[in-house]
Design a protein. Structure first.
Length: 113
């Protein structure tokens, strides 16, 4: 079993699981059932690693893309990147159960809040 906890808000699924109440979920299930249903503006989902760091994505209708980020409250910002749905799913599928890199993944850039 992976060591991530999932949280999400999906309008079309009528599901709302806050990060404070994140649930353990199989990564394959998360990629097949949750991410594809993050389709309405401001729907989001994310995973929390064993060090309480998050990798999260939100659908932005104006860009017709997903914003994927590793929030860094300690830096008052996040490392992130706009991605297509397929790229988001591939990124999440590539996770190995390890903690997320605090500077994000390839091509992520830092943005202040």
């Amino acid at each position: 079993m992976m060591n991530y906890k999932a949280y999400f808000y999906s309008t079309c699924l009528n599901l709302d699981v806050a990060s404070e109440h994140a649930v353990e979920m199989n990564l394959d299930q998360f990629c097949k059932e949750i991410i594809p249903n993050i389709k309405d503006d401001r729907d989001f989902c994310g995973l929390i690693d064993s060090s309480d760091n998050a990798l999260q994505t939100i659908y932005e209708e104006e860009h017709e893309k997903y914003w994927v980020e590793v929030p860094r409250p300690d830096l008052q910002g996040s490392y992130g990147l706009h991605m297509s749905e397929d790229s988001v799913i591939n990124l999440f599928k590539s996770l190995t159960g390890e903690d997320f890199p605090l500077q994000g993944f390839a091509h992520f850039t830092f943005s202040k809040w």
